[in-house]
Design a protein around this ligand. Structure first.
Ligand SMILES: C[S@@+](CC[C@H](N)C(=O)[O-])C[C@H]1O[C@@H](n2cnc3c(N)ncnc32)[C@H](O)[C@@H]1O
Length: 291
């Protein structure tokens, strides 16, 4: 006989994130043994001639930052999660790790040639104000000509498509000798323009189920272009693949497709020397300042 009472128990709702609170589990669930994400980012930086100083914001376990460091770059890697940073320092040394909130960061006198933001970390900017905060912070941290390289879910993928929303997905895996099952339901919160996720974890060790909620901004390409233009960024590339997390993964030498229809978006943008500034709802063209 099984233990049906375990699954009948109400799930404990937690504000913590099982994966970001367990960086080792995060790397186990989302393995990247070939360092595809780091290699793709380095390829973009080289292709568009970025200088050596890189900020990896939302760096997670630090594996991408460490790859960029190994490629010869001077990397500062930042995350909001102290647990992630602790793990990154211990397991992926090389970059300087620091705590920062991507929705508005100020790294003092530090200046970078490029800001890198991978695996949808950018989409933790849920509101327009938060996204403005991110882009203003990037602008302060970059010189004219500095690059922004990002990889994320494509908000446009959900327009007219429901295959990821129709039914919960169930996934099983074993971690540290305990079998876990995760049941994940996604839904689109149209008013907030968020993809919301509820995930319930059950463990075979008898511990009570845990329910966790996350959300990502649904950011379609045209809206992303508008935000970037307002903040003085010129879009150099915006496409759906191939990339490090596409079904047919990116390989060295692959060229970007001309489409932005798939479930991932890849962005390379350059800070122009003049910028459009949104002032009291009026857009004005002005010289870039460090304000
Ligand atoms: C999906 S992980 C991506 C990690 C890493 N970039 C990668 O590609 O493996 C998202 C990361 O963003 C971090 N994060 C979430 N909200 C953040 C915020 N407001 N500021 C900085 N980091 C944040 C999380 O702690 C987590 O490490």
């Amino acid at each position: 006989m099984g233990t049906p009472e375990r699954t009948c128990r109400p799930a404990a709702v937690t504000s913590g994130k099982l994966l970001t609170d367990n960086p080792a589990l995060y790397e186990t669930r989302f393995p990247d043994p070939e360092r595809l994400a780091g290699r793709w980012a380095e390829d973009c930086l080289r292709r568009y001639g970025a200088g050596p100083r890189v900020l990896d914001i939302g760096c997670g376990t630090g594996r991408d930052a460490a790859h960029l460091h190994a490629a010869g770059r001077t990397v500062i890697a930042a995350d909001l999660s102290g647990t992630m940073l602790e793990y990154a320092r211990a397991h992926h040394p090389g970059p300087e790790y620091t705590r920062a909130d991507l929705r508005g960061f100020d790294l003092g006198e530090q200046s970078f040639d490029a800001v890198v933001c991978l695996d949808s970390a950018l989409l933790y900017c849920h509101t327009n104000e938060e996204f403005d905060g991110f882009l203003s912070s990037c602008r302060r941290s970059l010189p004219p000509g500095g690059l922004l390289v990002a990889e994320m879910r494509n908000g446009a993928f959900f327009l007219g498509r429901t295959e990821l929303l129709d039914k919960p997905s169930v996934d099983g895996f074993t971690w540290q000798e305990t079998a876990y099952t995760s049941t994940t339901a996604l839904y689109v919160d149209r008013a907030a323009q968020l993809l919301r996720r509820t995930r319930v974890w059950t463990a075979a060790d008898g511990s009570p189920p845990v329910e966790q909620r996350s959300a990502w901004r649904l950011l379609p390409p045209q809206e992303l272009r508008h935000f970037l233009a307002v903040h003085g960024f010129e879009v150099l590339a915006l496409y759906d693949g191939p990339g490090p997390r596409t079904e047919a993964p990116w390989r060295e030498g692959d060229l970007p497709r001309a489409t932005a229809d798939g479930d991932r978006l890849h962005l390379v943008a350059r800070l122009a020397s003049t910028r459009l500034t949104l002032v009291n709802s009026r857009i004005t063209l002005g010289r870039r300042t460090c304000a």
